[in-house]
Design a protein around this ligand. Structure first.
Ligand code: IVH
Length: 715
């Protein structure tokens, strides 16, 4: 095999050197080279079993580059020469996922896993079902779209419904095939997987940075995420990212060259198909029929995981049969057919040097430990949460103790317990403060809550935290207002709540007079504040700091209500009718808007002209339902009413309450009522939930667009 290739390379190289290559030959040669390069890329990066040397591989690539530079008309976006990064982008376009990318429920011990298994068996009315066990890779989830076997779009998970288009960056990941192989290539395929930064490469990469005098990155996960979100794909190309794919999001029934390309009917078959198509799947996937085998497998990996060259934080256990998965469905944003069985968080021991208290933005008094720095779970930990007084008492913690510290993924590190046998004689009892460490107002503890609170509505520490949160990246993203400046503005009386940020322009001169506020930085800050006025509603909702409203919930609220005015008037009942919003969140939202001081803040934002609406559709090109108007009626099997409405809007469609001559489709479930008759009168096509999903796919396929941007150096 190797010899044949070498001979061939030699012969062809002399042809290229010897002057023009005939048209038919150039085209065929380019195609041949691409197939060879794709194959060897796959052997090297996916199967880990190269058949040729690096030098031989480079020769193939060089020849292809030479031919393509002679004949730019032959360049295609998915040629292997196009991996190395196109032009930098200005920002990322939003992409609505054709099917939502869900999260996973967790089990932390055998009992929880077995409870999941029992629940599943009872819903399926049998305990005879296989389960596929996969590792839970700790990287960044992506969705890869292939149209007629060509990689056409790659997106981040984002909030699960809408992600960011990072196609150019994903093209630089060598283990992602740009063209699919094998006889079972479907017309449309969306594959899901986790991009990661291999640990060994991460250490090399960091060592090089440090040698160059650059700061080291904290851990592979964050660096992988940062690399994928680089605006310049040439930078991403320098990071040796890798991927494991773990599921099929969308599969059309398929076009085939030989044999049939039936969609798989189990997760196991799906993994098999993915491998045949040229994707990198994990060699550690297993299929079991009893939960005891799953537990044994977990016990093995709980220890063995350390030897892997990538981070994993647990096992994912999935019901194998896809029809069973469909039957089990989802609750909220988690499927009932899968669960993550988490590995215990990494622990380390260190000294508890001190306990201090800070005031949260809700006034909670939060005790935290000041630790002798210790490396655990991929980062150096200097502080850890102690949660509340009960937590400290139940663990009988003392200052001066040797303590066990734990850190898992993105979770805040915590002190798990003390090691009293190692307690020195300098131990000090921990007392909770009786007055707020910031404003000296008495601290109160509510009867059935573990937290203590400062109830002073104008407590400066609360406001500092709130402003810090308000201006942060995921919220209003106002640059130039660090915690020090925030504190100074509050102390000088310029800020009494977040709404006052928007009248700071009127105080420009006073700001410039402040210590350490140069004219230029004041103007930069004022312009950043001005720019933030156009952020979408979802960002303001995050910024307000409503309890339990993080970015995903904020997105849901913004998409469903469209404006602050509508949300402000919403009752708990209409909030809980949204898929993904439970009673706790609904109560917190209603309470927030009920408080006069919060309404005052909103009035200030409105008066300053801050945008309070959200475009309900992402407006990305190629959204399949663009230009179509839907009416939804009756109870659908899987979607709640508002979830399907949200979905239609995400995919570019419009939703109306009643049928008119402008209605294109009605999605109807059980008990559709009089609207069904209206639909018939207007001859509107009525769809079941399944037919709706099919329509989305069909329309998406109709827009198949395999024209892709070329890299500037070749175009
Ligand atoms: S399946 C619907 N399989 O875990 C089930 N996810 O918490 C979710 N992840 O966003 C996808 N390894 O980023 C699945 N083998 C695996 C996984 C995996 C890691 C991540 C994925 C997802 C998150 C859900």
């Amino acid at each position: 095999m190797t010899v044949a290739i070498q001979d061939d390379i030699g012969a062809r190289n002399s042809m290229v050197r010897g002057g023009g290559v005939p048209e038919w030959d150039a085209r065929a040669r380019v195609e041949w080279l691409r197939n060879q390069i794709d194959r060897h890329d796959r052997l090297y990066h996916v199967m880990d079993s190269p058949e040729i040397t690096d030098a031989e591989f480079d020769a193939l690539l060089r020849e292809l580059r030479a031919l393509e530079s002679d004949r730019p008309d032959l360049i295609t976006a998915n040629s292997p020469t196009q991996r190395v990064g196109g032009a930098p982008a200005e920002g990322f376009t939003e992409v609505a996922h054709l099917r939502p990318m869900l999260s996973l429920g967790n089990a932390f011990d055998d009992a929880e896993l077995m409870a999941w298994h029992r629940r599943t068996a009872s819903l399926l009315e049998t305990d005879e079902f296989d389960m596929v066990c996969e590792l839970k890779y700790d990287g960044l989830a992506v969705a890869l779209m292939y149209e007629n076997g060509e990689f056409t779009r790659g997106a981040t998970r984002g909030n699960g419904a809408v992600g960011e288009d990072v196609t150019s960056n994903l093209r630089t990941v060598k283990s992602i095939p740009l063209r699919l192989t094998g006889s079972q290539v479907p017309e449309l395929l969306e594959v899901r997987g986790e991009v990661y930064f291999p640990k060994s490469k991460f250490h090399e990469f960091n060592a090089k940075r440090v040698a160059e005098g650059l700061p080291a990155y904290v851990n592979p996960r964050n660096t992988a995420a940062g690399s994928l979100r680089q605006l310049d794909p040439r930078l991403t190309a320098q990071r040796p990212l890798d991927i494991f794919v773990y599921s099929i999001g969308v599969h059309s029934e398929g076009r085939h060259t030989m044999g049939a390309a039936d969609a798989p009917s189990t997760q196991w078959e799906a993994l098999d198909l993915l491998r045949q198509l040229g994707f990198k799947t994990s060699p550690n996937n297993m299929r079991f029929s009893t939960i005891h085998e799953v537990i044994d497998w977990y016990r093995h990996w709980r220890e063995a995981v350390r030897e892997l060259d990538y981070d994993c934080d647990g096992l994912v256990v999935k019901v194998d049969r896809l029809d069973y998965q469909q039957h089990l469905g989802d609750v909220g944003r988690e499927p009932r057919w899968a669960i993550a069985y988490k590995f215990p968080a990494e622990q380390a021991t260190t000294w508890l040097n001190d306990v201090r208290f800070n005031v949260g933005r809700t006034g909670s008094i939060n005790p935290y430990a000041v630790l002798e720095p210790v490396y655990v779970g991929g980062a150096t930990v200097r502080q850890a949460t102690l949660h509340n007084e009960d937590y400290i008492r139940s663990r009988n913690l003392r200052i001066g103790d040797k303590v066990v510290v734990e850190r898992a993924g993105e979770v805040i590190p915590q002190v798990v317990r003390a090691l009293p046998s190692e307690r020195g004689c300098s131990d000090t009892y921990i007392t909770m403060p009786r007055v707020c460490p910031s404003c000296d107002e008495p601290v109160t503890r509510i009867a059935d809550e573990a937290m203590s609170y400062c109830r002073n509505a104008s407590c400066p520490a609360q406001l500092v935290r709130l402003i810090e949160h308000f201006v942060s990246k995921g919220a209003m993203d106002i640059e130039g207002l660090g915690i020090k400046q925030g504190r100074a503005l509050i102390e000088a009386g310029h800020l009494r709540d977040a709404g006052d940020l928007y009248s700071l322009t009127e105080r420009r001169d006073a700001l410039i007079d402040m210590d350490r506020m140069a004219e230029k930085s004041v103007d930069n800050l004022l312009s950043a504040i001005e720019q933030s006025k156009s952020r979408p509603l979802s960002r303001i909702l995050v910024a307000l700091g409503i309890n339990f409203v993080g970015s995903e919930v904020a997105d849901l609220l913004a998409r469903n209500f469209g404006s602050m005015d509508a949300l402000q008037e919403a009752e708990e009942e209409s909030l809980v009718s949204i898929n993904g919003i439970g009673p706790k969140i609904a109560k917190s939202v209603v309470e927030y808007f009920g408080r006069p001081s919060n309404r005052e803040v909103l009035d200030k934002l409105r008066a300053a002209g801050v945008n309070m609406t959200e475009e309900t559709a992402p407006g990305a090109e190629g959204t399949p339902l663009e230009g179509l108007r839907f009416v939804v009626t009756g109870r659908l099997p899987n979607y709640s009413r508002s979830a399907i409405q949200g979905r239609i809007k995400e995919l570019g469609g419009a939703v109306s309450v009643s049928v008119s001559s402008k209605t294109n489709y009605m999605v109807a479930g059980e008990g559709g009522g009089s609207k069904l008759a209206d639909a018939e009168k207007h001859e509107v096509t009525i769809l079941s939930e399944d037919e709706f999903e099919q329509l989305v796919l069909d329309l998406f396929r109709r827009n198949l667009h395999i024209e892709l941007p070329l890299s500037p150096e070749n175009s």
